[in-house]
Design a binder for this molecule. Structure first.
Ligand SMILES: N[C@@H](CCC(=O)N[C@@H](CS)C(=O)NCC(=O)O)C(=O)O
Length: 253
């Protein structure tokens, strides 16, 4: 089996897929796209992924897109070291949580990410180049235009942080209900993998204090970072603070 992953080191969606590939000890070629330079919008890439986003998986020539779909696909084609519960009811719970995570944490985390890390690159562009870049994005045109070159206003940032806070509360409730240590009980599932990059991102942005009053989530975070697949997934350059030195100066101590 040959796997090629089109992705970006700091992309949270890519990190989900790298984690599952690493956990299953599947060798893969990594094609790294520069998202700020628009590699994801080039015609050849759009043929693979018409959404113009990463990640995209090529498995022996079969193209699979969307990180949650890719992680489920990988669990189906390589069921060893499974991340999917056996019972259909538990599977349904896992998928429902993955939908919640995509709608809440995965979407919300883009606001602080763009405002704190990417905005300076967009501010260097002329208005015309920025609008052209934004308009060429199949999925994120409106998001980019809402951010503009001055960034999301405080109200939007607060709303995003509140959505993230509600995610941590939901995680806490799920761990409590399942008995933990993972969201659905004693085994790690794709739902844990799905939410992992949002917490890693917020930790990297100096905002881990938002879940420090939730000991179950604190332990969950320690546990996922201790997984053998974590270090190879977050190789050097995967954190925003490693890529954007300006962040180090801005982060709270
Ligand atoms: N639902 C998609 C979302 C993918 C996505 O938003 N990817 C981001 C990086 S995490 C991206 O490629 N952004 C490029 C852009 O905004 O132009 C998935 O989970 O794969």
């Amino acid at each position: 089996m040959a796997f090629t992953l089109y992705n970006a080191p700091q992309s949270t969606c890519s990190q989900r897929v790298r984690f599952v590939l690493n956990a299953k000890q599947l060798a893969f070629d990594e094609v790294k796209l520069n998202l700020l330079e628009g590699d994801q919008l080039k015609p050849d890439y759009l043929k693979l992924n018409p959404n113009g986003v990463v990640p995209t998986l090529d498995h022996d020539g079969a193209i699979v897109i969307d990180s949650t779909v890719i992680t489920e696909y990988l669990d189906e084609v390589v069921p060893d070291t499974t991340f999917t519960p056996e019972s259909p009811v538990e599977r349904a719970r896992m998928r429902a949580l993955m939908h919640f995570i995509d709608e809440m944490a995965a979407a919300a985390v883009r606001v602080p990410t763009f405002n704190l890390a990417f905005l300076p690159s967009f501010q260097k562009m002329s208005r015309r180049a920025f609008v052209e870049f934004a308009e060429s994005k199949p999925l994120r045109k409106e998001f980019m235009m809402a951010m503009g070159q001055t960034g999301f206003p405080p109200k939007e940032m607060d709303a995003a942080l509140d959505r993230l806070r509600r995610t941590y509360l939901r995680m806490d409730a799920e761990i409590d209900k399942s008995g933990g240590p993972w969201l659905l009980g004693k085994d790690i599932t794709l739902a844990d993998v799905a939410v992992m990059p949002a917490l890693v991102r917020m930790d990297d942005l100096g905002m881990a204090h938002q879940w420090q009053d939730l000991p179950r989530v604190v332990t969950w975070f320690d546990n996922i970072r201790a997984q053998p697949a974590f270090a190879p997934t977050y190789y050097h350059g995967s954190l925003l603070s490693e890529k954007f030195p300006h962040l180090r100066e801005k982060l709270p101590a």
